[in-house]
Write a protein that binds this ligand. Structure first.
Ligand code: ATP
Ligand code: MG
Ligand code: MG
Length: 167
């Protein structure tokens, strides 16, 4: 069993349903156990064109899959939500990124782990800390990384929304 951290994001269509749908799909995947999910955050877009606000969350997994097989499954779930890629960092129905996999690094275009931009993203670090206050990434404490990042555009939904992890 290997620990993995996934970031979820969406800003087109029923974005919160997409996040919940992704958690459900992960839960139903052989070789994946969803251990915990952060609350859902509303976040101002970072980079890319003018676009709607996002919802973001982070989920903690235990995987018995190879990281590349996990990536393929994430891409499959994105496709089930009609994810398209027209503009880099453009609006999307669902984005599922691998942030970290315990004991694993990869530096290819297809799969870079730890995720090369996670350390500078409030929309990843803040939800991650909400579900794991002791998290670390590439040898740094996520609390320390978050101190050097603008997190002003990251807001917990009110009322708080929690993703359900079905048994
Ligand atoms: P960003 O990576 O900056 O968050 P993005 O999520 O919008 O951008 P996508 O269009 O979802 O980018 O993915 C582009 C490619 O990134 C995918 O084809 C995938 O193979 C590759 N990729 C590399 N590393 C990762 C990773 N850690 N998690 C998910 N995809 C990755
Ligand atoms: Mg992404
Ligand atoms: Mg992605």
């Amino acid at each position: 069993m290997t620990a993995a951290v996934i970031a979820l994001g969406a800003n087109l269509g029923d974005a919160t349903s997409a996040l919940q749908g992704a958690v459900d799909a992960l839960t139903q995947t052989v070789g994946i156990t969803v251990l915990a999910a952060s609350p859902v955050f509303e976040t101002d877009p970072v980079g890319g064109p003018d676009q709607p606000v996002y919802v973001n969350a982070v989920v903690l997994l235990e995987i018995e899959l190879e990281p590349l097989a996990l990536l393929r499954r994430l891409n499959q779930i994105e496709e089930e939500w009609q994810r398209t890629r027209e503009v880099r960092w453009g609006p999307r129905t669902l984005d599922l990124d691998i942030i970290d996999v315990a004991g694993f690094t990869s530096d290819t275009e297809q799969l870079t782990v730890p995720h090369p931009r996670a350390h500078q993203r409030g929309f990843v670090l803040v939800p991650w800390l909400a579900v794991d206050g002791d998290a670390s990434l590439g040898g740094a404490k996520v609390t320390d990384l978050a101190r050097n990042v603008d997190v002003s555009g990251v807001r917990k939904l009110n009322p708080e929304l929690r993703l359900v992890i079905a048994p």
